[in-house]
Design a binder for this molecule. Structure first.
Ligand SMILES: O=C(O)CCC(=O)C(=O)O
Ligand SMILES: [Fe+2]
Length: 422
């Protein structure tokens, strides 16, 4: 697929999809590692096909590179000759001692790691002393009586650092991930966004899951190594128990025993992993690791997010079906949907309205909006977003719940459709 390379100047050059002879939907043997991929190629070959990819060289010029220090090895024959480690002092000077969300990977509560809140500098100190204790005991490891499960295994995750310190530009969203309807709205409205920092010691891990809303995620390692096990949508059903519940944790042996089709990714520093919608995964930090990651959706996966929203509403309604006679049953279900899923029908429609208003302003009033302060869409991109917005809005207007409901959502969807069908 040939693409005109104009991404360098911040212009997101999308062109109509070219369906090639070899673009069959068969799953490739391996997840590819790409460098120098164009925006257009990423868009159609990976994001639109909902297939993972690893992109190299994404964080070379990020300020947060300084969160790490290169340790020169004393052993000249060692391989690799030098490794990076965490620059605890720099982190402390740059970031205040604010409360941060931490998961204890040594303990679980109702199928997730136990959560606690620590002050950032205290977290760093515990991490640093964990490393020191480990290196002082490692030489005597064979004789050591230290039970690894009694050591700290604290994972600082889902930390909204970018929102918390808006003036601290510690990273730059790679162009590939700039078409992001979710954060475009949330950042503008100063609401809780889906931009995160993760930092954790060797052996910290994230349990088996698929991402919030059925969104995409991208994850870039600043320092360290992560191992991922990831499977295409549908494969996860092979692992559910008789009640349909997924396991808390997986490994290769379990996946092989259940004939699950899966991929292993070994993600290094400076690499971004693109995680498609609905792909279940588990992630281990093989070394001390820091990563930046976003969840997002856009024209490519908006219909999957809508399907998830519908399925979750069904589940919520079923759960409280004994209250069906209540006057405001439908409104109550929407409240529960927001509480369990994170958004409800109104939130979803408001997001579509927001993106539609911006794209229409770009098209009709030539107003240019910058995505993540850096990127502009070309005309075709704006057009393509509008076409997808039209399709999803049409789907919404045909949805029985929206038509039936006393929530007055149908009128809003019709109005939006009229604006989009000019
Ligand atoms: O890095 C991790 O621990 C988890 C990352 C993840 O689940 C994601 O980016 O979707
Ligand atoms: Fe995830």
């Amino acid at each position: 697929m040939a693409s005109e390379e104009r991404d360098g100047d911040g212009l997101l050059q999308l062109q109509p999809e070219e369906i090639g002879e070899n673009d069959r939907q068969l799953l490739p043997q391996e997840i590819q590692r790409c460098s120098g991929l164009s925006y257009n190629d990423f868009y159609w070959r990976y994001m639109h096909k909902n297939f993972p990819v690893i992109i190299t060289d994404v964080s070379n010029d990020w300020e947060c590179k300084q969160w790490t220090v290169v340790q020169e090895s004393r052993d000249l024959n060692s391989n690799p000759p030098s490794a990076s480690s965490i620059n605890f002092d720099y982190l402390k000077t740059k970031i205040t001692n604010c409360p941060v969300p931490v998961a204890d990977c040594n303990s679980s509560y109702f199928n997730s790691h136990t959560k606690l809140e620590l002050n950032f500098h205290d977290y760093l100190e515990r991490w640093r002393s964990g490393i020191e204790n480990q290196s002082s005991s490692s030489s005597a490891e064979v004789n050591s009586n230290v039970d690894p499960t009694t050591r700290d295994n604290l994972y600082l995750k889902d930390w909204h650092l970018a929102a918390q310190m808006p003036g601290y530009n510690f990273y730059k969203v790679p162009k590939y991930f700039a078409s992001d309807w979710l954060n475009e709205q949330l950042i503008d409205q100063k609401k809780d966004d889906y931009r995160f920092v993760y930092m954790g010691p060797k052996n910290s891990w994230t349990s088996y899951h698929s991402d919030v809303f059925g969104s995409f995620s991208w994850s870039t390692n600043i320092v360290g190594l992560k191992k991922w096990l990831i499977m295409p949508p549908g494969e996860e059903l092979k692992l559910n128990d008789r009640l349909g519940n997924p396991p808390f944790s997986i490994d290769e042996k379990m996946l092989d025993e259940h004939n699950v089709r899966y991929y292993t990714i070994n993600q290094r520093a400076n690499e971004a992993v693109f995680v498609p919608s609905g792909w279940f995964h588990q992630v281990w930090n093989i070394t001390d690791t820091i990563s930046v990651n976003h969840n997002w959706f856009n024209a490519c996966n908006i219909s999957m997010v809508w399907q998830n929203l519908r399925n979750n509403l069904k589940a919520v309604c079923k759960e409280i079906s004994d209250c069906q006679q209540m006057d405001n049953f439908e409104a109550h279900c929407q409240t529960m949907l927001r509480a369990s899923f994170g958004i409800n029908y109104l939130d979803f429609i408001e997001l579509l309205e927001f993106i539609a208003a911006r794209r229409l302003a770009e098209k009709t009033a030539a107003t240019k909006f910058l995505l993540f302060d850096s990127y502009r869409m070309n005309d075709y991109h704006v057009q393509y977003d509008l076409e997808c917005l039209r399709q999803i809005t049409r789907t919404l207007t045909e949805d029985p719940t929206i038509q039936r409901t006393a929530l007055q959502l149908e009128g809003r969807c019709q109005q939006l459709l009229t604006r989009l069908e000019f």
